[in-house]
Design a protein around this ligand. Structure first.
Ligand code: KG4
Ligand code: ZN
Length: 346
């Protein structure tokens, strides 16, 4: 059995997995405190992890009918993320690994998201193109094998989830913004306001990096200008759902179009969606419609798309099977490099 811990942002989570990757116990505790501030406050996040981590682990172990000494290994998110928050999980995992004399595996948070669909679907194995969309990252990868990641595209400014969160704030919606925008957009007409599709032009060539790269800050600015106009005309309340729908349509169109460029380029017809934004139903539907009947979308259920300990444990199992364990001097790294990631040209 392996214990996976996730404390990189505002979810405190622990999971117990069998060696075959079956979830035996899993607890995810979201920190509500950040709703008061309209975004994650790093110091509060770290303190909240510290206050509940023991109990979260105990609850996951109890669900699995196990105790700490039954564990064969531990896996922990070592980065990227908020440094204080990461340190809580890493310090806890190091101490327990040392005390029990069990191996510890350090996991990159985004590689964890890559493994989430595999928790529920044995077919979620490479090769595929992966679109990883979270609050801090937007990555388009050509995945030939676990551990072998060719970077096709990434965001040049805001992450996709960050764009959802910022636009939600502009519209007066609470944090996190993604689910709020998705809910509001259901009552809106996506064609009423046409927002720009950033870095998506017909004349781009696969040789240039903007063919696959993303940029969301200009889109956010376009929405903020429109919101200001509607507000001064006293029409924002009546138009809010239409703005949300138009924004969501622009993000989804951009994400899907770039991903389809990647599948054509890589010669694969399967797409893995990971990260919090992959909980978005419109993204999943449009991806699978435009991929066509020959293609396949691999995506975890919403609970496992968001931050969780099970995906960290599952990525940990892969690294353990490859003989990789963390050194005793392991630290948390807020800007940890994605392991096995290589540039498109290499
Ligand atoms: O992966 P995640 O849980 O945490 C990070 O690693 O950042 O992703 C959180 C992000 C937030 O920006 C949140 O607004 C977004 O995922 N998100 C969504 C949806 N649910 C969460 N974005 C769009 N639609 C959703 N349904
Ligand atoms: Zn995440």
């Amino acid at each position: 059995m392996i214990l996976g811990l996730e404390t990189s942002c505002d979810e405190t989570s622990a999971a117990v997995l069998s060696g075959e990757g079956e979830i035996l116990g899993h607890v995810i505790l979201s920190q509500d405190i950040h709703r008061v501030w309209g975004g994650v406050v790093p110091e509060l996040a770290a303190r909240a992890h510290l206050a509940v981590l023991d109990d979260v682990v105990d609850a996951a172990l109890a669900e699995a009918g196990a105790t700490l000494s039954d564990l064969d290994a531990l896996a922990v998110t070592a980065g990227p993320g908020l440094i204080g928050a990461l340190l809580v999980g890493v310090s806890w995992a190091k101490a327990v690994s040392f005390a029990l004399d069990r191996p510890l595996v350090d996991v990159h948070h985004m590689e964890g998201h890559l493994f989430a669909p595999r928790l529920e679907d044995p077919d979620a194995e490479p090769p595929f193109v992966a679109l990883l969309v979270s609050g801090g990252h937007t990555l388009l990868l050509d995945v030939r094998a676990w551990g072998d990641y060719r970077l096709l595209g990434r965001t040049r400014d805001d992450a996709a989830g960050e764009a959802f969160d910022k636009v939600a704030k502009l519209l007066g919606l609470p944090y996190p913004g993604g689910p709020e925008i998705e809910r509001l957009a259901r009552d809106g007409d996506p064609a009423r306001y046409r927002f720009p599709r950033p870095m998506l032009r017909g004349n781009q060539q696969p040789e240039s990096s903007d063919y696959f790269d993303f940029s969301f800050s200009g889109l956010k600015t376009a929405v903020s200008i429109r919101v200001a106009e509607l507000e001064s005309a006293g029409q924002l309340d009546a138009e809010r759902a239409h703005v949300a729908a138009g924004f969501q349509a622009a993000v989804v169109d951009t994400l899907v179009s770039k991903t389809l460029r990647a599948t054509a380029f890589a010669g694969v017809d399967r797409v893995l969606l990971g990260g919090g934004v992959s909980a978005n139903r419109r993204l999943k539907t449009e991806m699978s419609e435009r991929l066509g009947p020959a293609g396949r979308v691999l995506c975890a259920s919403p609970r496992l798309s968001l931050d969780n300990g099970a995906m960290i444990a599952r990525a940990g199992l892969f690294h353990l099977s490859a003989g990789r364990v963390a050194p005793p001097e392991l630290g948390a790294d807020a800007a940890l490099a994605f392991p096995g990631l290589r540039e498109r040209t290499s």
